[in-house]
Design a protein around this ligand. Sequence first.
Ligand code: A2P
Length: 408
Amino acid sequence: MGRDDSAEIARQHVIDPEICIRCNTCEETCPIKAVTHDSRNYVVDFNICRGCGDCIAPCPTGAIDNWRQVVKAKAYTLEEQFSWDSLPPQEELAGAADAALPDDVERLTQEARAGQGGTAPAPWSAETPRVNLYSLQKPAIATVTANFKLTDEGSSSDIRHIILDFGNTAFPVLEGQSIGVIPPGTDANGKPHHIRLYSVASPRDGEKPNHNNLSLTVKRVTENHNGQSIKGPASNYLCDLKKGDQVKIVGPYGSSFLMPNHPGSSLLMICTGTGSAPMRAMTEYRRRHMAQKEGGALMLFFGARRPGELPYFGPLTKLPKDFIDVNFAFSREPGKPKTYVQDMIRARAADVARFLKDDNCYIYICGLKGMEDGVKVAFREVCDGHGMNWDALQPELLAKGRFHVETY
Ligand code: A2P
């Protein structure tokens, strides 16, 4: 008798829409483009996914680490997955136990469950981060204690420094980690807004030393990547918050973009706009602990349109020169040539080469997506001019946890 294929059971890879923070990491990581998204959900195409597991470890929340046993002919379609607000329960299926996962996917799944996500390993001396302590079902409630504008009045961008206090709720974060904000209300379709991710801008011991608070650097989103007018629900919500307002927070997330802690370790930081948040956190941590004289050198490349639109411009200019080597790149200063961070990297090639060569130097890039490639091209040129090979160096930097990128 022939096998009845219509009843064949398969393991379907699905994404939990309640935990997913829509960071796009899975879609970027999938080597065969099985992950896609609409304005609400990230989903996996059953007809494309081969279960390689490449997307599992990089997912910061573990939302990607979900599987359903399905009758193959009735696997969840993309349309069904797009309509989900939560994962459907596992249905009882006769013979489901036969649909085992390949060993390697099982292993990767275990790793993701252990909260070891992250595309590159963290620096070997990084503190162990706490992740996923608070979820959509059980968020932490923070109170706004300050919300002030960092950019000049009249400038084209509204970037704010927002301080959130967690009161008696434990919310441990490390420099480089992110938190998720749940905007209240519903979208145009009457569905709850999904979580938006923000990098923490304060060090592990709080925005104010030894207070249970943290800060965020938030830009009010008023247009999309194509320049069309939109109102970002989370950023506008955050930017309009008043002192005393309460905010639902999930996370923390991130176990890769972390700073080294060993004596003599150096930081090479490159950012644009609000990508400065993790750099501020790391710099401030080092500044507070400067007296211990354990820190290595700090070098920062920071790009913005004009000084009045560069978050933390004033405080950055006041930091001691022997503590941090700050290089600004302004792209729209009247009467001056357009300068990007990668131009400044080229201008400081000899010093950047020294950092790249130093095994104790850790590199962080955060900000506009477009900047990432430009910076890598500049690094390649720096290497060419200083007896190094970027094609050989970059994988080595990644493997040693020395190269961390967060762009959007
Ligand atoms: P530009 O004047 O060309 O927009 P924003 O203010 O939009 O957040 O951008 C921060 C800074 O990053 C601006 O100076 C912006 O310059 C600059 N920028 C834009 N695209 C790139 C890129 N591909 N590489 C480096 N910097 C960039």
